[in-house]
Design a protein around this ligand. Structure first.
Ligand code: ZN
Length: 346
């Protein structure tokens, strides 16, 4: 895995609905490798790699990440916010944030709290709720109103680090892992693949798979794959039957989650390719979660769809952890799928 490229993608804030900084960077990287690049009205980045036209394959990875949205600026300039996407308020305490303003660039802030030795036992026993949290930017009320607009998003801010055993921790692995895989696939494709491939970097997945829905309607693919992440619960306090996936044990082929039952023929083909080529993989059956595969599956009267899910510990927090080998496995599996999907009937 090219950790330098991943880190570059991870560093760019892309709250749902405000994916423009990341989109510009992706566009710059992929332009030499594709035949067409378009941005639709939802902000999706749709890149076409023309092949021999035997089928239309749509590969989707979402650009957006879970985020905060500023809803109020108080008399001292402290900011109150709501969240977009599933965020546990407990994970927000003592984090740094980056506010994506409309015209004043990125503004740094922190989510602070009263120090422990000033807390009463009653205070200390209170749950951490969204209502109790605030962002401190150092700006006065007047300065804050000048620079920040109500509705501006903020994302969590942190540098990626490499951990032991091919693990790493970073912000927004969900779904920069998928974005990374799509970019690497583009770099390694043959000049004329068998199928036309739409590389779609979608918007607003965390708000309800919105970008993928409109992009799929426009593209009308024959087959659709989402390359995304999912929670790996292989951590202390969880029994093995509830792990769903384990980080470092291979790419997850999603069979069932809360929103989708994968097309059985397509999922079987992916499993066969993985088994035959000794690509580490796991099967994901989860009572929770969903991804762009659901939106693509329901488009245009129905499309065979499946999600490949990179296992991520502590997902939707600022210390997401994944394994480089799982991401490499995803890239390898999709590359082989591209070679073989033309002749397969689903
Ligand atoms: Zn995701």
């Amino acid at each position: 895995m090219d950790f330098k490229l991943f880190s570059k993608l991870s560093a760019l804030p892309a709250a749902s609905g405000r994916e423009e900084l990341l989109r510009a960077e992706i566009t710059k990287i992929i332009k030499p490798f594709v035949d067409e690049v378009k941005v639709d009205s939802m902000g999706n980045l749709i890149a076409l790699k023309k092949g021999k036209g035997l089928k239309k394959l749509m590969l989707a990875a979402h650009m957006d990440e879970v985020a905060l949205r500023i809803r109020h600026i108080d008399d001292k300039g402290f900011l109150r916010f709501i969240t977009t996407g599933g965020v546990d308020p407990r994970t927000l305490l003592s984090q740094r944030v980056l506010i994506q303003t409309e015209e004043n660039g990125l503004i740094h802030g922190v989510i602070g709290s009263k120090p422990a030795h000033y807390l009463t036992p009653q205070d200390a026993a209170k749950p951490i709720t969204l209502e109790s949290l605030f962002i401190d930017t150092g700006l006065s009320k007047e300065e804050a109103f000048k620079k920040i607009t109500i509705g501006d998003p903020a994302v969590l801010d942190r540098q990626p680090i490499e951990l032991g055993g091919d693990f790493f921790s970073a912000r927004a692995i969900d779904d920069r892992a998928g974005v990374y895989v799509l970019i690497k696939l583009l770099e390694q494709l043959p000049k004329k693949p068998q199928v036309d491939i739409y590389f779609v970097f979608t918007t607003q997945e965390e708000r309800g798979l919105i970008g993928a829905q409109t992009a799929a309607a426009r593209i009308n693919p024959d087959i659709a794959l989402a390359i995304d992440t999912t929670g790996a619960l292989d951590v202390p306090g969880v029994t093995p039957q509830d792990y769903v996936l384990q980080a470092g044990k291979g790419i997850g082929i999603t069979l069932v989650d809360a929103l989708t039952i994968a097309h059985s023929g397509l999922a079987k083909h992916l499993r066969e390719i993985a088994a035959k080529n000794k690509i580490p993989h796991q099967l994901r059956v989860s009572p929770k979660g969903g991804n762009d595969a659901s939106a693509m599956q329901k488009s245009n009267g129905g499309v065979p769809a499946c999600a490949l899910s990179v296992p991520v510990r502590y997902i939707h927090s600022n210390v997401e952890v994944a394994n480089k080998k799982d991401i490499d496995a995803a890239q390898k599996l999709v590359a082989l799928f591209i070679e073989q999907c033309a002749s397969k009937k689903y």
